[in-house]
Design a protein around this ligand. Structure first.
Ligand code: AMP
Ligand code: FE
Ligand code: FE
Ligand code: ZN
Length: 286
């Protein structure tokens, strides 16, 4: 079993990178990709770990992008068997700066909605990168929301009163940048984009010329039927298949590393072998 999608406290997960890798080795995962939002810091920290107990650690990142075909943000995963160079890393830095600007506006928005949310409180609650889940946790702590999900549903989710748009790259540009940096570009959790396989098929097909390589078919938010639809689309378009739990630790407490929600996820190791086979020329440390 493998897990190609997880978050550490370098973005909006609760666990330190070393603890996520330790958990992966305890579970006997054969490969783990750390895919924090907009940063490679978690991977950079975890790779220094000496005992990976046979678990291949993969450098990854998750990017939020905008697409004219979808009102919601579209997430793209990137995997690097050979680490990306300085150009890609400085682009990630730019994305993080856009996130900081959004956070300032978001804090002001919450204040204007009557919530006393201060910077010192936010800094105390967040890990190394402040994101909406940290705002949500503070809102729960201060009694403004009943749960993390309630904070999103009533305030923070797209279309809700405290939603502040971030300067996100276009989906096509993000795919191109990943490809230019030698990465494997994967469309993350497509069920969040649309459950209509025909719409998804054309969105995916149009991304192939930009360098899209794969679809995340296995994800806790996918029903068995969704997974089968996306597997069929990947096969038809000759794209690789990826999958992972989207583990966020205590920020998504019902999701387990490796096995997802209630142990229902199983991402076969054969997918990792297939990624290595297809993208062999970029494999260095896997
Ligand atoms: P940010 O990147 O700071 O905008 O935060 C996005 C993160 O918030 C996502 O990666 C999820 O972890 C979480 N998130 C986004 N939308 C929702 C939602 N509707 N319900 C629960 N969590 C969400
Ligand atoms: Fe997240
Ligand atoms: Fe995502
Ligand atoms: Zn994720």
């Amino acid at each position: 079993m493998i897990d190609l999608h997880c978050h550490t406290d370098c973005s909006d997960g609760s666990d330190a990178p070393v603890d996520v890798v330790r958990l992966a080795t305890e579970l006997g995962l054969e490969a783990l990709a750390i895919t924090d939002h907009d940063t490679l810091d978690g991977y950079d920290m975890a790779r220094k770990q000496s005992d990976l107990a046979g678990c291949s650690l993969i450098c990854g990142v998750e990017l939020s992008t905008h697409s004219s075909r979808c009102s919601r943000s579209v997430h793209l995963l990137a995997y690097f068997f050979r680490e990306p160079g300085s150009e890609f890393r400085s682009w990630l830095q730019e994305l993080r700066e856009g996130r900081c600007e959004r956070n300032i506006l978001l804090q002001q928005r919450l204040q204007s909605l009557g919530m006393e949310i201060s910077w010192s409180e936010l800094e105390a609650i967040s890990g190394k990168q402040l994101g909406r889940p940290h705002f949500a946790r503070l809102m729960v702590k201060k009694g403004y929301a009943a749960s993390l999900q309630d904070a999103f549903d009533r305030y923070l989710a797209e279309g809700r009163p405290a939603y502040v748009e971030r300067n996100e790259p276009a989906l096509e540009e993000a795919v191109e940048r990943v490809a230019a940096a030698g990465g494997i570009a994967t469309l993350a959790h497509p069920a969040r984009i649309t459950r209509d396989p025909h719409t998804l098929r054309s969105l995916v097909a149009d991304l192939i010329p930009y360098g899209l390589n794969a679809i995340e078919c296995f994800h806790p938010e996918h029903s068995a039927e969704d997974t089968n639809h996306w597997l069929a689309i990947a096969s038809e378009l000759d794209l690789a298949v990826t999958g992972g739990s989207d583990y966020h630790g205590s920020y998504k407490p019902d999701i387990r590393l490796g096995t997802g929600r209630s142990g229902t996820l199983h991402v076969p190791s054969s997918l990792f072998l297939e990624l290595k086979r297809r993208f062999a020329e970029t494999v260095v440390n896997a």
